[in-house]
Write a protein that binds this ligand. Structure first.
Ligand code: NDP
Ligand code: GDR
Length: 359
């Protein structure tokens, strides 16, 4: 498959450039933009494996007239690749979703995380500023910027106190985005998104780790699930709802900063309880604590106030917490059934500890 599109003619079709298109949010956003008639260009980084599973269903051979999604090799750590891509694509909207997005991993790889999550944003902003007509810019900011809780719930006015290299890098990016808006008059927005999950969530984030393990346990593919801090509380929404807020921010007359959240908070323990209960399993019997999943500094509770997004963007979450858990369990049960069928047919072996060694 050829990833590169050699040159792109300037047309009236809205044209989006999405970093992080292979991730959870990138895949939902690409679907949304294609459904709205956009030409979608995605940044893909080179890895030893392909890693485009989440977007393969949207991909057409770029030689076909009907192709509207195009992929370009690049990396947020490589400013030249970003400038070249921005000049080639001439996007009208840029969505910067690319990041080393795992908070726990950011303690282990802090320099890399900051290079990609902080300087990567600056590199992309600079590439956009150099265009004759700079595109509208969306930055994937995060509730992790609030970190140590100063007030509950957290809104656009709550001061930041990040508690991880990841959170600190996102605060840096947040302020660069504000500064490009103020200094250069660019249409730049920060979406301060609280946790959002889906069947496409990476398997090392706690919700997916739980739904994946519980469904595997149900089918005899795994024995136990090891977790870290069960008391942490999060405001969990559905990623499919949240990408709509991203798009809405770039359709406003001016750039601004918005909290996107459900306004409901549950603990990791409650998420596990709900998940195992849906499968008629006692969660305590199958769950253990492993210190390695504890973080050097923890964000104990996050609860968002998305009033501004509701009033200005007309955005509201559509999926409830229970619906989210059910959706993820149903999807992972299908995955586990396929795994079980392969094992039963002698085509695969059971990895009893799958998932338990991950962050
Ligand atoms: P994922 O981890 O699922 O996706 C991250 C994406 O970034 C992947 O496409 C990944 O590529 C790409 N990426 C990683 N490193 C680089 C790099 N060096 N150069 C270019 N691209 C890179 O994250 P989500 O989809 O969940 O999140 C999207 C964004 O939103 C992230 O910036 C995240 O920090 C932020 N965010 C997420 C929230 C959430 O709850 N999901 C909440 C608030 C903010 P590859 O596939 O090759 O790994
Ligand atoms: P978070 O998500 O750090 O909030 O960042 P994650 O799902 O990793 O952790 C949520 C909470 O669960 C606790 N926890 C565990 N976490 C993981 N990953 N694995 C475990 O075994 C485990 N046990 C308990 C964590 O300590 C934490 O308190 C996510 C990412 O998507 C970021 O990119 C995004 O910015 C924020 O959400 C908002």
């Amino acid at each position: 498959m050829s990833l590169m599109k050699e040159s792109v003619a300037v047309t009236q079709t809205p044209r989006a450039l999405v970093t992080g298109i292979t991730g959870q949010d990138g895949s939902y956003l690409a679907e949304l933009l294609l459904s709205k008639g956009y030409e979608v260009h995605g940044l893909v980084r080179r890895a030893s494996t392909f890693g485009t599973e989440r977007i393969d269903h949207m991909y057409l051979d770029p030689h076909l007239d009907s192709a509207r999604m195009f992929l370009h090799f690049g990396d947020l750590s490589d400013g030249n690749s970003l400038s070249r891509m921005v000049q080639e694509v001439q996007p009208t909207e840029v969505y910067n979703l690319g990041a080393q997005s795992h908070v726990g991993v950011s303690f282990k790889n802090p320099i890399y995380t900051v290079d990609v999550d902080a300087l990567g944003t600056l590199r992309l902003l600079e590439a956009c500023r150099q265009m004759a007509t700079p595109p509208r810019f969306y930055q994937a900011s995060s509730s992790e910027m609030f970190g140590q809780v100063r007030e509950v719930p957290q809104s656009e006015r709550t001061p930041f106190h990040p508690r991880s290299p990841y959170g600190a890098a996102k605060v840096y990016s947040y302020w660069q985005v504000v500064n490009y808006r103020e200094a250069y008059g660019m249409h730049c927005s920060n979406g301060i998104l609280f946790n959002h999950e889906s069947p496409r969530r990476g398997e090392t984030f706690v919700t997916r780790k739980i739904t994946r393990a519980a469904t595997r346990i149900k089918l005899g593919l795994q024995e136990k699930l090891y977790l870290g801090n069960l008391d942490a509380q999060r405001d969990w929404g559905f990623a499919g709802d949240y990408v709509e807020a991203m798009w809405l921010m770039l359709q406003q007359d001016t750039g601004d900063d918005y909290v996107v959240a459900t306004g409901e908070m549950y603990s990791v323990r409650e998420f596990a309880e709900r998940t195992f209960a849906l499968l008629d399993l006692d969660w305590e019997r199958y769950t253990g604590i492993d210190e390695r999943y504890m973080r050097p500094a923890e964000v104990e509770e996050l609860l968002g106030d998305a009033t501004k997004a509701e009033e200005r963007l007309g955005w509201k979450p559509r999926t409830s917490f229970d619906e989210l858990v059910e959706m993820m369990v149903a999807s992972d049960m299908e995955l586990a059934k396929r795994e079980r069928a392969l094992v039963d047919a002698g085509l695969a072996t059971v990895e009893w500890q799958a998932g338990t060694h991950r962050e």
